[in-house]
Structure formats: C-alpha cells, structure tokens
Design a protein around this ligand. Sequence first.
Ligand SMILES: [Zn+2]
Length: 268
Amino acid sequence: MCWLLIFKAMDKIKTIHPRKPISKRIRFEIFKRDSFTCQYCGKAAPDVILEVDHVEPVSKGGKTVMLNLVTSCFKCNRGKSNVKLSDTTIVEKQKKSLIELNEKHEQLKMLLKWRSGLLNIENKELQASQNAWAQATSYHLNELGVSGIKKLLKLYGLRSVLDSMDIVVKYLEYKDDKVTKESVEVAFKKLKGVCYIRSLPEDKRKEYQALGSLKITMRYKYRNFDEQWASIYINRFIKAGHTIDQLKEIIEKSKSYYDWQDEIQSYI
Ligand SMILES: [Zn+2]
C-alpha cells in the first residue's frame, strides 16, 4: 500500500516538465496582443512562423505569464536575427499594450452593459407606450403601430409620447359604446404631429394650436370643408406673412367654404 503511493507520487513528478508548454489559448492571446507580429524584427504572419518567446528565460526564472511572453518569429527566437531589442523596451511595450488590452476589454464590457441597459429601458418605454395606447383606445397597436411608436420614442421621449396620446384621444369616436376603429386610426395618425408640435418652442406651438382650433371651427362651420386642401392654403397664407388674426377674420366673414377659398386665394 505504502509503496503504491510512493510510485504514484514519483509518476507525478516525472510528468512535471521543467518547461511548461504554453497553452494554445495563451499563445493566441499573445499573438493577438502583438498583432501577429514578431516584436523583435517586425515581420508578421503569415510571412514568418510565429512563436511565443520568454523575455526572461525560463532557465533564469522567467515565468509563463503574459508580461513575460512576447511574439517572436522563428529566426529571432533562435537568435539568428540581427535585430535586437533591449529587454526593457519589450517589457515596456508589453506593459503598455497589456494595459491597452485590458482597457479595451473593460470598455467593451462597459459598452455592452450600457447597450443592454439602454435596450432594457427602450423596451420598457415601448411596453409602457403600448399599454397606454391600449388603455386609452381599447385597441392594441399592430406591428406598424409599434414601429411608429418606437420612432416617436426615439425622437421625442416617453413623456412627450404619453402626453400626446392624452391629447389625441379627443379624436376618438364611439359607436354603440365602442371606440370605432377608424377614429383610432385617425387619432394614431395625429400622434406624430402632436409630438412634433409639443417639441416646438412656445411661440411656434401657440401658433400651431391656434391654427388647429381654427381648423376645428372651419370643420363645424363649413359643410364641404376639405382639411387637406385648407391646410395647404393656410400654410401658404402664413408663409406669405399674414397673421392668424387675419385668418380668423376671413373665416368669420366667409359664409361658405367656397367663400373662404376665394378670399384666402386673394392673399396668396
Ligand atoms: Zn523576428
């Protein structure tokens, strides 16, 4: 029993090499760090065969650690090359590149963490918006709607999107106590514009709001009111330097939509 243990111990000692072979993984790390280039002569793979060299030789107590390892071509490793670098240069260079490598690694880790964090927030915001929409309209957004909301969130942020939803719900119409699908579509189409207007500076926003309420007035006043065309006329009217008060006056004195059209066209 006792002998058996001793044999086993001896067997173990035999297998311990005086020079531990460098693992494939370490070799790859060293090559990557040194850009697959011999650090003595600057020749690179695949022009030369690369090896991993101990800066401080193993025979002098050099260890198999990243800092003591360097990429060397076959020739340089056997001292056949003319070019020599002092040991300190190599060690300095290695230290520097190791620090850079660690830094890169750390930064990559941070970047990935940051990205996944952002993605998490984005998903949560999207979910919150989808829920808010479903709650307000009793309709779920389809794929197109979700991607539309995604864009709005990116452009204007969650707060603005939710506030704008509160505004566009006034376009919802009911039939038999149920929100109509058409009105939900109208409300959704308005969402983008409302988000945009809310992002404008105060005075511009007031102008839009005033124009919006004038259009509502027109819709009630004129039977054959065409909002799309009216908007085009109004835009031209404002661009020509006329004021909202002037527009209001024109609406007040025009009895029909055609009157209004004739009147406004004389200004633009
Ligand atoms: Zn070399």
